[in-house]
Write a protein that binds this ligand. Structure first.
Ligand SMILES: C[S@@+](CC[C@H](N)C(=O)[O-])C[C@H]1O[C@@H](n2cnc3c(N)ncnc32)[C@H](O)[C@@H]1O
Length: 355
């Protein structure tokens, strides 16, 4: 494998010191690092099967979304060059690799250093057919240039965060477990969620909750954040989740407190990682990175993102860059939504460049 150097321990670094498994209170582990059976599938293979049968995602893994649908639309074939712009743990990439052999090449991008290390280990046997870059997909043309490629056959993006990132409380993505308010996918970013919560004005916060996450109590939650931070900065996910719950309770909407917390966390995550900026730039540059007949596929997880993807595809069709595209967003079927509840909000669109 080739590609840029990534964060985290290199092949020559010392193994981590042995640590006793943490004891957890109660009958079920809650924290990511307490789920020792799920995190050690080699020793406890039955645990993965058990957790999946319950419709949950085992800790430390990610169940890829709509793999068959994506492959049907993007048609990776032997010899193709595929760019997986959000390789994550490589669920889609594994299927791409299988279908482009022999002679194909897969280039994987991710901004998350530790995530890239895990997928590097997963595909260690794939040799020269895969190269990995710690890069934002907004920089796709630079990655192509670094690979010596003028264009590629398939560009695929699976937006948002992976289950492995959500499940790791130390990353601060989940409102369900306590952790630092971080939410950076790329640890090289200067500002964490706590920093943004400390500096955005009341109106900016309200606008973000409304526009990025359709939160009906956006103003009240923004006001509460501003009031609380006047006393002490918000630093923990549990504090923010509690604050949202209290606002919803006061407004007689406690039943939707969980949904609102998820929305508020999503909006903040999008700001921390400049997800709108990255997607806009990606949609601008991606068509020109496709070879004649090349295919673009994007999975998004909320209507705001899907609208932007739809608009870019419409514009590409109008300009004659694309000659064919999905008309409506494609959703996972009932079976997949049941087996993998995290897939429920996925919306997939594709487009094909003219030959
Ligand atoms: C939903 S996961 C992808 C899961 C992957 N398809 C799989 O099957 O394992 C999204 C991944 O994209 C990465 N990511 C998010 N925004 C990115 C960006 N702008 N550029 C590159 N990677 C990004 C995240 O760090 C995360 O690992």
């Amino acid at each position: 494998m080739t590609g840029d150097p990534v964060d985290g321990a290199g092949p020559g670094s010392d193994p981590p010191p042995w640590r006793r498994r943490p004891r957890y209170s109660g009958t079920h582990p809650r924290r990511f690092d307490e789920k020792y059976k799920e995190l050690d599938p080699a020793r406890f293979p039955e645990m993965q099967v058990h957790v999946r049968a319950q419709g949950r995602t085992p800790a430390g893994t990610h169940v890829p979304v709509m793999v068959e649908t994506v492959m049907e639309a993007l048609r990776p074939a032997p010899g193709d060059v595929v760019i997986d712009c959000t390789i994550g743990y490589g669920g889609h990439a594994a299927e791409f690799l299988r279908r482009i052999a022999p002679g194909g090449r897969l280039v994987g991008l991710d901004v998350d250093g530790p995530q890239l290390e895990r997928v590097r280990a997963r595909f260690a046997c794939a040799g020269a057919s895969i190269s990995l870059h710690r890069s934002n997909f907004a920089g796709l043309p630079k990655v192509l240039a670094a690979e010596g490629l003028a264009a590629c056959d398939v560009i695929f993006t699976d937006l948002g965060v992976s289950s492995m990132q959500i499940d790791d409380s130390a990353r601060g993505f989940s409102y369900k477990v306590d952790g630092p308010l971080d939410m950076r996918m790329d640890s090289r970013r200067a500002l964490t969620a706590a920093d943004w919560l400390g500096r955005l004005s009341r109106d900016e916060l309200a606008e973000a909750f409304r526009d990025l996450a359709d939160e009906p109590d956006a103003d009240a939650i923004a006001q509460e954040i501003v009031d609380r931070r006047a006393a002490a900065p918000l630093t923990r996910t549990a504090e923010l989740a509690r604050l949202v719950r209290q606002v919803k309770k006061r407004r007689g909407r406690i039943a939707s407190a969980g949904e609102s917390a998820a929305r508020v966390f999503q909006a903040i995550r999008m700001i921390v990682n400049d997800e709108r900026g990255a997607l806009s730039e990606f949609l601008r540059v991606a068509p020109d990175c496709l070879a004649p007949g090349g295919r673009l596929g994007v999975i998004s997880f909320h209507s705001g993102e899907d609208r932007r993807v739809a608009r870019a595809i419409r514009e590409g069709l109008a300009r004659g860059v694309f000659v064919d595209a999905s008309v409506e967003p494609i959703r996972p079927d009932a079976r997949e939504r049941y087996d993998n509840p995290r897939s429920a909000s996925a919306l997939f669109r594709w487009a094909r460049r003219g030959a």
